[in-house]
Design a protein around this ligand. Structure first.
Ligand SMILES: [Zn+2]
Length: 196
């Protein structure tokens, strides 16, 4: 499975089944809260910064610092991103054609190794931790998405790789950023960008 995933925009394949019943007819008071919801159906692809995507490159100014998590929580234990990607590639190959073809003993051993967690004893609880670029959505691709502040048309979503936030210390940390795409920039696959 490719790591970068592109949202299919128009023409869109509808995979959400029809509603089994008319909720608004059964509960009239809900009609006042009607709104448009967009479900994401990402497909493997090679998105550009000018595309809406999940896990693709962000449109990002070169002089803008990348967002970080600086909340105090453990950072010293986890899996390596390269290992996760290699695991996905391995399983995608094994599932090619929609059927699981099995793993060799060597592949199973590699899978076990890739799934190991690792420790970084030097990581301190408040070290700035770069957030993961989760998705970017252009307004043109999301029906009824209201504009951001100052007419921004691009919503970018990040999160911390650790679910260790909030009162219970188990919640994810989401970070949203709006920008105006016309004022932004080119961006390379390494997410280093250059002002236009
Ligand atoms: Zn965090």
């Amino acid at each position: 499975m490719k790591i970068k995933i592109r949202l299919r925009v128009l023409p869109m394949t509808r995979t959400t089944p029809p509603r089994p019943l008319d909720v608004e007819a059964l509960f009239l008071e809900l009609a006042a809260y009607r709104g448009t919801t967009t479900r994401l159906h990402p497909r493997p692809g090679s998105p550009a910064v000018s595309d809406s995507s999940v896990g693709g490159p962000m449109l990002w100014p070169v002089d803008e610092p990348w967002p970080v998590c600086d909340e105090a929580h453990g950072r010293g234990r986890g899996r390596r991103i390269a290992d996760i990607r290699q695991e996905r590639d391995l399983l995608a190959t094994a599932w090619a054609g929609g059927r699981f073809s099995g793993l060799t003993q060597e592949q199973q051993q590699l899978l076990d190794e890739l799934r190991r967690t690792h420790r970084n004893p030097e990581a301190r609880e408040c070290d700035p931790l770069p957030l993961i670029a989760l998705a970017q959505l252009y307004r043109r691709d999301v029906p009824d998405l209201p504009p951001g502040p100052d007419g921004c048309d691009l919503l970018q979503v990040f999160w911390c790789p650790f679910s260790a936030h909030g009162p219970g210390r188990y919640e994810p940390l989401l970070h949203l950023r709006w920008r105006r795409s016309a004022r932004s920039v080119r961006c390379s696959a390494r997410r280093r960008c250059r002002s236009s």
